[in-house]
Design a protein around this ligand. Structure first.
Ligand code: NAG
Ligand code: NAG
Ligand code: NAG
Ligand code: NAG
Length: 543
């Protein structure tokens, strides 16, 4: 085994990683899965008109990643676009390994015509996630795909093995080329309303899922879109929720589910209806104009195509959605990635070491639309040096820890390379306060967090009385309803430089994000892996 490992390491010329994995036996014993991906532009026609898409190995959406808890993934990404490119891995925690996170703050972009091999372990994780291109406005052109992390064979899963397992990537979509959308944002204007919704890269009734009557299937639904919350439903069928971003949930049955941008849900659906075809329906939530799209659920012995009215979505009353969100809870007796029950970690009994309150804002700066958090609109360092790389080499002048405050200050929006410091092993509470009339969606890389509470109005310390300190869901992306708040708890057990961002992509692009630097002065691979030997260098790290 060790010799194989060494040979493999030689072949990959990844000495630093192998050095580390040699120290950590779990990593060394876990299987490796290799992926060789070529990223190109190609013509796609999701809404009937030709547009430029980002393809991975010729596919749109990109291929799914299948993996098992603790697998080591080796993904060689060849960038054949004419511009720098990075992929990021939404929900994969990259334990001790923010150098693989694939966002501006952690990685130098892969230059056109070059490649970079991501190497990371899906350590102690299960569940449904997705990958996406993180730079420029590439996400509007594709380049995304599903990630599933299955339980190891001997770990119990709290439901029978489904007869099939489908990835369902849903998202709002523009017919406009991504570079034009980017130019609109760069010129300081806002984007128009999207043109449609895609289901697995297809427009109305383009995607089809073939099933057999009487059987039960798993559908892993991720909202890979740019802005809108979407409602998902299947004509004549119930959805039994079983997993949210790596947590096995209390199995509740719904007739439809709200999936906010950046979120992932797994449902089980039993094919208990007469054999024919049924609509999958997906529509925008809380928008004055409602976009709806459909796919086809095809019973293998179906004699009839889809027919009848497309099932309509739930009421647009926000309370419906808040109430649904509150019913999404952790099944405390189910196993997660390990055999012990998910409820064995009593997050509700740990003392919070710090409270951070995050409030978004928007402003025109130098005649351009910008968005921010706590009065700071994020901009990359002038020479593009990634924050993590600057930190590693001790390059001064790239960022300042503390360049974003812990709570809103009330002053106007300023541009800065916002980095918030925090201590390894801290246990923090973050309160997102939404003072706008849109649904917000926030994501943190490197972590899952407990969504302990959400409610209308303003948060106050008294709001803590209504926190769920027993079976809140642990996930990586949470919604914040209009004129409402959401509170989360995070156990800071993963050293690194982690992006905290809105999933509303135009706003993310225009500064509504920052980095949480989880720091320890001890330099040890027990806490954080060294920079990988193949890391690309750029900006001031290139000299
Ligand atoms: C680029 O790909 C080649 C194989 O095609 C591989 O040997 C090399 O390590 C890769 N480069 C990086 C930086 O990962
Ligand atoms: C929770 O998980 C247990 C253990 O697998 C399972 O038996 C039970 O049915 C689940 N309960 C709910 C309400 O989902
Ligand atoms: C929604 O819930 C809030 C708080 O419980 C309540 O004040 C409000 O009237 C509800 N809205 C509707 C439309 O029922
Ligand atoms: C939490 O804080 C309380 C009050 O300060 C203290 O009594 C208790 O021991 C602390 N609990 C833990 C687990 O540290």
């Amino acid at each position: 085994m060790l010799r194989d490992q060494t040979a493999l390491c030689r072949r990959l010329v990844l000495f630093a990683f192998c050095f580390v994995s040699g120290l950590i036996t779990v990593a060394a014993d876990s299987p490796y899965r290799f992926f060789d991906w070529t990223v190109t532009y190609g013509d796609i026609y999701p809404l009937g008109v030709r547009q430029q898409g980002i393809l991975i190995n010729g596919q749109f959406p990109g291929p799914d990643i299948y993996s098992v808890t603790n697998d080591n993934l080796v993904i060689n990404v060849h960038n054949n676009l004419a511009e720098p490119f990075l992929l990021s891995w939404n929900g994969v925690q990259m334990r001790k390994n923010s150098f693989q996170d694939g966002v501006y703050g952690t990685n130098c972009p892969i230059p056109p015509g070059k490649n970079f091999t991501y190497i990371f372990q899906v350590k102690d994780q299960i569940g449904s996630f997705f990958y996406f291109p993180s730079l420029a406005f590439h996400k509007a052109a594709g380049g995304f795909g599903g990630i599933r992390i299955l339980s190891r064979p001997l770990i119990p899963v709290p439901f029978p093995e489904p007869s099939g397992d489908f990835t369902v990537l849903i998202g709002d979509w523009y017919k406009t080329k991504h570079s034009v959308l980017k130019a609109v944002l760069d010129s300081g204007r806002r984007l128009m309303f999207p043109d449609g919704i895609l289901i697995n890269g297809r427009g109305p009734n383009g995607a089809s899922f073939t099933v057999e009557k009487g059987k039960t299937y798993r559908f892993r639904i991720s909202n890979v879109g740019l802005e809108h919350s979407l409602n998902f439903r299947i004509q004549g069928h119930q959805l039994k929720l079983v997993e949210v971003e790596g947590t096995h949930t209390v199995q509740t049955t719904y007739s439809s589910i709200d999936v906010h941008v950046g979120q992932s849900y797994s449902v089980l659906v039993t094919m208990d209806q007469p054999a024919r075809d049924y609509y999958f329906a997906v529509s925008t939530r809380f928008t004055s104009k409602v976009l709806t799209s459909t796919a086809v659920l095809h019973y293998s012995n179906s004699a009839r195509p889809v027919s009848g009215p497309i099932p309509s979505g739930p009421t647009t009353d926000i309370n419906w959605s808040i109430n649904q969100a509150r019913t999404i809870r952790t099944n405390l007796t189910a196993s997660g990635p390990r055999p012990n029950p998910q409820g064995s970690y009593h997050y509700g009994q740990i003392n919070v070491t710090r409270t951070i309150k995050l409030v978004s804002s928007a402003a025109i700066i130098k005649r351009k639309q910008r968005y921010g958090v706590n009065g700071v609109s994020f901009i990359p360092a002038v020479d593009g040096t990634p924050l993590k790389v600057a930190d590693y080499f001790g390059i001064p002048g790239i960022f300042r820890v503390g360049s974003i405050p812990d709570s809103p200050t009330g002053r106007g929006l300023v541009l800065d390379t916002a980095v918030m410091g925090s201590d390894y092993r801290g246990f923090i509470e973050i309160v997102f306060e939404n003072r706008e009339n849109i649904v917000q969606s926030w994501h943190l890389d490197g972590y899952n967090f407990w969504v302990v509470g959400m409610d209308g109005g303003k948060w106050s310390p008294a709001s803590r009385k209504e926190y769920n300190l027993v079976d809140a869901v642990s996930r990586c992306t949470t919604q914040v309803y209009p004129n409402s708040w959401t509170a989360i708890y995070i156990s800071l057990d993963n050293v690194g430089m982690w992006n905290l961002r809105t999933e509303f992509w135009a706003r993310q692009y225009l500064g509504q994000q920052f980095y949480l630097r989880v720091f320890t002065p001890i330099k040890s691979p027990r806490d954080e892996y060294p920079m990988p030997a193949n890391a690309l260098l750029c900006g001031r790290a290139a000299h």
